[in-house]
Design a protein around this ligand. Structure first.
Ligand code: TXA
Ligand code: MG
Length: 318
């Protein structure tokens, strides 16, 4: 085990908060995926996040806060934003709002935009860390740029090793997919990234929601390029027939034969279970002994939308 991984005990959370206040980077669990946190008010700490991830460009990062009150100090909330925050926070929803002039958030964290992405995570370790640090934390997923997001502490260690001062181990992430990103900064509410809160849930609260990203080469959410989350092996989607040497990422009770290996996202066909398993199983199948990974069809509804979004990005390489 990597020496950087420590259990998320109260003592270690305090240590992590001290490191963060000193401008260092800490990986921490959220209910969606593990995040790579730095003090969002410190330009140098934010720059270290980009360096550790090997991000080719300065995409804007999500700013994590412990409460709606803390979020209101950073972004401008209208009635829709308040309604969304009241219903889905703490939880897997990120709101893109107009940034307050006195937000204190480093410009680098917002990539110079006049908007800011804010989220109140539900994970108790994330919450304790935010409270103890007393600063908003900028945190992208704790993987190298373009790789699959980590849903376990060991994934973070494999991705970032000593580029991070400390990895707080809070077990496997319950949601397993990144947060939904909803743009409420101006006109119609726009879904920038499908995620843990579904489009159906958002529409029930806010009415019609525009969906960005019909053209994946012209992303609305900076950083939402088509090829993201890519494993090393090629992926074939929506298939039940095997090519020689292929592994199968299955879904549901009825699975085809003929694959070199099979792992099932959810034998009962449960989309929440499938989402929670997605990145860990992709990692487990991404081995040189296979020629590729075939993926069974996943229904395009509720969390299936977010799962298919990640799979399409993983399949669209180069
Ligand atoms: O679940 C999550 O959201 C995880 C955990 C750690 O919280 N974080 C995460 O961060 O996935 P990251 O940096 O990998 O994704 C941030 C997403 C990107 O798609 C980015 O383009 C979008 O949020 N975003 C951030 N700020 C934005 C802004 N001002 N306008 C539009 N999109 C923005
Ligand atoms: Mg990411």
């Amino acid at each position: 085990m990597n020496a950087n991984i420590v259990p998320a005990s109260p003592e270690n959370i305090s240590r992590a908060a001290e490191l963060l206040r000193a401008g260092r980077l800490v990986a921490f669990p959220t209910e969606t995926v593990y995040g790579l946190a730095g003090d969002a008010t410190d330009d140098r700490a934010v720059a270290r996040i980009f360096a550790a991830k090997g991000r080719p460009r300065f995409n804007p990062l999500i700013v994590h806060v412990p409460s709606l009150a803390a979020a209101e100090a950073i972004g401008e909330f209208d009635a829709r934003a308040h309604a969304a925050a009241r219903q889905f926070w703490p939880g897997p929803l990120t709101l893109v709002l107009r940034r307050r002039a006195a937000s204190g958030v480093a410009l680098l964290a917002c990539a110079g935009l006049d908007t800011v992405a804010i989220r109140v995570p539900a994970h108790p370790v994330a919450h304790a860390l935010l409270r103890q640090t007393g600063r908003p934390l900028a945190a992208p997923s704790a993987n190298r740029s373009g790789h699959v997001s980590p849903t376990q502490a060991a994934h973070v260690a494999a991705e970032l090793g000593n580029r991070v001062a400390l990895i707080l181990d809070g077990g496997a992430c319950a949601v397993g997919l990144e947060s939904t990103v909803l743009d409420l900064s101006g006109g119609a509410p726009t879904l920038l990234r499908p995620g843990g809160v579904t489009l159906e849930e958002l529409s029930a609260l806010l009415g019609d929601i525009a969906v960005a990203g019909g053209d994946p080469s012209a992303p609305r959410a900076p950083g939402q390029l088509a090829s993201h989350y890519a494993p090393t092996l090629p992926l074939r989607l929506d298939t039940t027939t095997a090519l020689p040497g292929e592994a199968l990422l299955a879904f549901g009770p009825e699975t085809p034969a003929g694959f070199a290996e099979m792992l099932n996202l959810s034998e009962s066909g449960d989309l929440a279970e499938a989402a929670a398993n997605l990145f860990a199983l992709l990692r487990r199948l991404d081995r040189p002994q296979f020629t590729g990974i075939a993926v069974m069809p996943i229904p395009e509804r509720a969390l299936g939308r977010a799962i298919n979004d990640r799979l399409r990005r993983a399949a669209a390489r180069g």
